[in-house]
Structures are given as C-alpha cells and as structure tokens.
Ligand binder design. Structure first.
Ligand code: FCB
Length: 490
C-alpha cells in the first residue's frame, strides 16, 4: 500500500462560499511580530553604521514614493538624534509594551535577538552581560503575560565588526562567519533555550540578499552584476540555517523539550503586468520561483538549485531542516519585461492602470488577499508541513486605520479558507505591534497596531485595528457581522 499523502490544497473558489462564522481552533496562535533593529536602541551593527553615513551625507531622498534610492534612508533627517538612537524607546518600555500586548489578548510575540547586542566586539568571546540582561527582561515580560516567545536569530542586521575584511571578504562571506554565528547561537541557547519553543533562524534571506547585494538599498549596499553573484551569500545563509537547526535540536534534546524550527520567507505573488505578454508571464514565474521558493526548496531537498541564480549546489546537513514553513505576506508585485533585454525587467509595486482594485498602501504596495490563500496552499502542496504566518500587515498611518482593519479581515478570511482546504496553518503574527523603523523607508511607514508618537516622547496610542484584532482573537476568528461589514466577497 502506498503511504497516504495529506490532501492537496487547491484554490477551490467554492470554498469561498463557506458560510460564516469562520472560527479557528483553540490552539491557533495569535500574535504580533517585531525586529530588534526596528524598535530597539542603537547597537554597534551594520545598519547603525549605514544610518550614520546617511546622516553625514544627508542622503534622505527616494526614487519615488515607496521606492528606496540606494544608499538613502527616506526622510531620516526629519527625526532627531534622540529618536534615531532610541528608535521606538522600546528599551525603557519593554514591560509596558508587552503588558499592553498581553492585555490585548495576544498569545505570542515574535522578536529578534540582536547579534551585535550580545557580541558588540570581536573581543567578546562571551556574550555581553548587559545584552543578556536586556533579553532576560523580554522573556520575563512574556512569561508574565503568558505569551509564547517566537525568537528570530537573524533579522537583517549583524555586528559592525563582521564587516571588517578577512581574506578579502566581509560579512556573511567571511571565512569565519559561521564560527562567529555558532558562538552567537550557542550563547542564545545557553541562556534562553528553555524559553524558546518556536524559533525562526533567518528572516527573509532572499530579501536580505536582493536588497543588500543587487539593489544596494540595505547594507552592504552592493550592486553586483547579476543574480548569480548572490550565490555565495545565499549558500552561506543556508549553511547558517542548517547549523542553527542542528544546535537548536541538540539543545532541545538535552533539555528534554521540543523545539519547532523554520525560517520566515517573504512570499509575494508576482503577476505579469500585461497578461497577454508571454515574456512578462515567464519572467514573473521565474522571479517568483527564485525569490520565494528556491530557498525553501533548498531547505527541503538539501540542494540549492536555481535557474535564475544559475546554480546547483548541495549543502551538507541542510535537507529537511525545517519543522514548519514560516511565511511573511504583503501582497502582489507586477513584472514588466522587455524583449530587447529579457534579463532587465521592472518590478512594479502596483499596476497604475488598476490602482482602484490594487488599493496601493502608503508605500504603494498592492493589496492582494487572494494571493495569500494561494501562497499558503502552494507552501502546503510543496512541503506538507505546518505553516506559521510570521508577518502580514500594511503601512497605514491613520488613527482610524481602516486599511489595516480591512487587510486584517481580508487576510484572515483567506487564511481560514486555505486551512479549510488542508493547509495546516497554526498561527498568525501581525506586523507589527507598534510603529517602527522601516529600513530604507525610515520612520515614515507606519505598520503598528499601536501608534508611536515620535514627537511626543514616543507615546503609545492603540489604533482602531488593535481593538479589532483583540475582538478577532477573543472570538477565535471572524463572525458574520465582521464578514458582512468588510464584504461582499468574490
Ligand atoms: C518585512 C520585514 C520586516 C518589515 C516588514 C514591513 O519584509 O521582514 O522587518 O520591514 O517587511
């Protein structure tokens, strides 16, 4: 008898006629996500060095709204030195912010541990006690609020000293990068392993590689000649993941407790800008495979195989090193190709001709809830693993943030329908708990359920969506009233 495979999840639009209410199981995990650099006080890392350089040279412009200019941070000069250093002032508000999340009914909190805070200099062979004490406060606050900690080990930033050249290489490409990474992961496990049931080793490795090494908008601000030049970085991130997976499992076995490990992968729908144009269609498919699936496929198979990066590389110890698939979803991009130069294509954040239905947010990103269901199903069909949505949200700065409210309901509806068709989605983390520093967009893009008033001593003010999220958590899903309010549905 052949072993039974779990059922395939398809986008059966008939599921869309499912009558409400849409209730999630009692053990579904509801939370929010943040990252160290975006909310914490400045550490000695690559992004802090980049920010200083931006300030010194007054590089504050964008190419277009929502389109970062390489080497620039949007309107960073509008924010005082104090704000730039403190970001959201989370350092002095850890207990209050997390108590607020708990009071809002959140059951989990995803955050990252800053490598540079634990190892501010290469002389640190042991983690800095002040850094440990800092994260101790977070774990303690989570325990008090009975919230599950979901820890991210690498969320875009690394210690400044890692960027000094070794054998002509910097950062992740240094020959000793994994040695230092292992030291960091071991330190985290030694001190906090007991409190880490769910771990995300890497956040959005392909975004990191693309923005840092092709687009030049994230440190190290490189613009390499093509996707093939990303292979050394991507392969090293895969090795770092495999190594962390092994260390996490060993630590859990020693402690006699389970740990669930995965990454957070940025997943977008890539659509042809001109549906009738075969080159747009093929290019969109190729990019989606490369940007979204190549990395996850590599973890699954143990081999980094990519048409776009032109590589086939086996990575020892990698195969099967994820217990769940972690997805971050923010909507749809459009691909516009050119017959004259097929490798040079444009990626648009929304279709100007369809701005109405795309409903671009304050960064110009097109909303596409249906793609969320499709992505969850695709992840299920590829790997048959549990799935966590580790980020989903939008830039909406209004106090009555109607766009964020709509996004929440629309996406949770799609998530429910994907579950109905077999996708084993176990939790949802909204990005983000509070407004924060949005990388090359600086402080301008507001993703928080809770507003941060930067000009008024970082005061917190929950937006309307915060109460909506609490209501959804309390009733474990979407009631008929909510579905009616935000309908009609396709
Ligand atoms: C994701 C990042 C996260 C945040 C959101 C808006 O790509 O993981 O840090 O910037 O986008």
């Amino acid at each position: 008898m052949s072993p039974l495979l779990p059922s395939r999840c398809g986008v059966a639009r008939s599921a869309n006629r499912e009558p409400p209410p849409y209730r999630f199981p009692a053990d579904f995990l509801w939370g929010t996500a943040t990252a160290a650099y975006q909310i914490e006080g400045t550490q000695n890392d690559d992004w802090a060095a980049f920010e200083q350089d931006v300030i010194q040279h007054r590089r504050f412009e964008q190419l277009a709204p929502g389109k970062p200019r390489p080497g620039h941070i949007h309107r960073l000069g509008d924010y005082s030195e104090e704000i730039r250093q403190k970001k959201t002032d989370f350092d002095s508000r850890i207990e209050d912010d997390l108590a607020m999340a708990a009071a809002m009914g959140h059951q989990a909190y995803r955050f990252s541990i800053s490598w540079a805070r634990l190892f501010p200099s290469p002389a640190h062979t042991e983690p800095d006690p002040a850094g440990l004490a800092y994260y101790q406060r977070i774990f303690a606050a989570l325990a008090r609020g009975r919230m599950t900690a979901v820890v991210t080990l690498f969320h875009f930033t690394s210690p400044a000293w890692l960027w000094q050249e070794r054998a002509g290489r910097r950062g992740w490409e240094r020959p000793d990068a994994l040695f230092h990474w292992e030291r960091f992961v071991r330190a985290v496990l030694h001190h906090f392993g007991e409190h880490m049931p769910i771990v995300c080793t890497l956040n959005e490795p392909m975004v990191y590689a693309y923005a840092g090494y092709l687009d030049g908008t994230f440190p190290p601000l490189e613009k390499r000649s093509g996707p093939k030049e990303l292979v050394p970085v991507v392969a090293q991130l895969l090795r770092a993941h495999a190594l962390s997976y092994r260390l996490l499992k060993e630590d859990a076995a020693r402690r006699g407790k389970p740990v669930s490990v995965g990454i957070a992968q940025h997943v977008r729908t890539f659509a042809p800008l001109r549906n009738h144009n075969p080159l747009d269609r093929v290019t969109a498919m190729l990019i989606e495979q490369a940007f979204v699936w190549d990395f996850l496929d590599a973890i699954h198979s143990g081999v980094l195989r990519s048409k776009v990066m032109n590589v086939e590389l086996a990575i020892p110890g990698l195969s099967g090193t994820q217990d769940f698939v972690g997805l971050n979803y923010y909507g749809r991009f459009y691909v516009k190709s050119s017959w004259r130069n097929p490798t040079k294509f444009e990626v648009l954040m929304h279709d100007p001709a369809q701005a109405g239905s795309d409903r671009p947010n304050e960064l110009g990103w097109a909303s596409y809830p249906q793609g969320f269901q499709e992505a969850l199903c695709e992840a299920h069909n590829r790997y048959y693993l549990p799935i966590y949505v580790l980020e989903n949200g939008t830039a909406d700065s209004k106090d009555n943030d109607v766009d964020r409210q709509r996004l929440l309901v629309e996406h949770l509806r799609e998530l429910y329908l994907a579950r109905l068709q077999g996708a084993d989605v176990r939790g949802y983390f909204h990005w983000s708990l509070i407004d924060n520093f949005e990388w090359a967009e600086g402080f301008t893009a507001r993703f928080g359920l809770i507003k941060v008033d930067y000009q008024n001593n970082f005061q917190r003010a929950p937006r309307a969506s915060a109460a909506l999220y609490t209501r959804i958590i309390e009733q474990s899903g979407l009631d008929s009233e909510l579905l009616e309010q935000f309908g009609p549905w396709p």
